[in-house]
Design a protein around this ligand. Structure first.
Ligand SMILES: *[C@@H]1O[C@H](CO)[C@@H](O)[C@H](O)[C@H]1NC(C)=O
Ligand SMILES: *[C@@H]1O[C@H](CO)[C@@H](O)[C@H](O)[C@H]1NC(C)=O
Ligand SMILES: *[C@@H]1O[C@H](CO)[C@@H](O)[C@H](O)[C@H]1NC(C)=O
Ligand SMILES: *[C@@H]1O[C@H](CO)[C@@H](O)[C@H](O)[C@H]1NC(C)=O
Ligand SMILES: *[C@@H]1O[C@H](CO)[C@@H](O)[C@H](O)[C@H]1NC(C)=O
Length: 231
């Protein structure tokens, strides 16, 4: 009995060890999979904007292992040539970016430690600003692995499509309202005509005198006059 107990206990220990080893492997894989730093330009990584407007080119970073002297920069892909737009460093979490240099006259860096934000504003955009903006970050804590995310800017002359479709909607709604108004007026005219006719017929039946004939003729003409311009 004692020997059986012992084997039972050691069996349980062994399965427990296996469980621990399994957990450790899963945890390691998890950490490996998340891989520290991530940069993102958001769920919709492109924007369509009118020339002359000012746009936010967004980028955020996140790190599960924490950051230390995170280096970041922005490049513009100018037909294959990478133009550096700005760069800076974030000493650690919750500390504002420092040593930020901007190499473009219409760029205003608006990043902050709040929201791990390394976005910038591009003022008064022109058609030449169209293209890919590359957000780059490197965290020395994880052997200087490079991380990038791309944001695409599309510059349009006017936001044509929604504008014209809105016009179509307005025109058709207006058309519908005017049509309904005309229809109601015609119906009203017909109903009034019908009531007047009925009234006169009743009068005819009741009074039955010579004067009523002229009245009937006049009111009939009036009704005709009313009816014709609306038809
Ligand atoms: C946008 O570009 C068009 C054509 O180049 C120009 O006529 C227009 O003035 C520009 N709009 C703005 C707001 O700069
Ligand atoms: C780069 O721009 C030139 C003209 O400015 C154009 O001819 C060429 O095709 C472009 N190259 C790429 C890779 O888009
Ligand atoms: C953007 O354009 C406005 C008006 O044209 C001008 O006042 C402003 O200084 C421009 N901003 C930049 C950053 O170029
Ligand atoms: C980043 O900061 C700018 C300026 O405060 C703000 O407009 C933008 O929404 C922020 N982006 C994110 C993703 O938090
Ligand atoms: C990261 O990018 C830099 C250029 O910014 C390059 O020199 C370096 O080799 C890259 N490192 C890796 C691991 O890709």
């Amino acid at each position: 009995m004692a020997s059986m107990d012992r084997t039972g206990v050691s069996g349980r220990l062994r399965s427990g060890d296996l469980l621990h080893a399994g957990l450790a492997v899963v945890l390691l894989l998890g950490v490996w999979g998340v891989s520290g730093l991530e940069v993102s330009t958001g769920k919709v990584s492109s924007i369509e904007a009118m020339n002359g407007s000012t746009v936010l080119i967004p980028c955020t970073y996140s790190s599960c292992i924490g950051i230390k002297d995170l280096f970041f920069n922005w490049h513009y892909n100018d037909n294959g040539t990478m133009l550096k737009l700005c760069e800076g460093e974030i000493p650690m979490e919750g500390v504002e970016p420092r040593g930020v240099s901007v190499y473009h006259e219409r760029i205003e860096f608006v990043g902050s430690s709040k929201g791990n934000n390394i976005s910038f504003l591009l003022w008064n955009i022109t058609f030449e600003d169209q293209g890919e903006y590359i957000c780059f970050a490197r965290n020395p804590k994880e052997k200087n692995r490079n991380h990038t995310a791309i944001f695409t800017l599309i510059v349009v002359d006017q936001l044509k499509d929604p504008d014209s479709s809105l016009t179509v909607v307005i025109v058709s709604v207006l058309g519908g309202v005017i049509g309904l108004a005309i229809f109601l007026m015609v119906v009203k005219g017909l109903v009034v005509n019908f009531l007047l006719d009925g009234g006169e017929k009743n009068k005819d039946c009741l009074v039955n005198s010579g004067n009523d004939n002229t009245e009937n003729g006049l009111s009939g003409a009036k009704a005709d006059n009313k009816g014709t311009p609306k038809a």
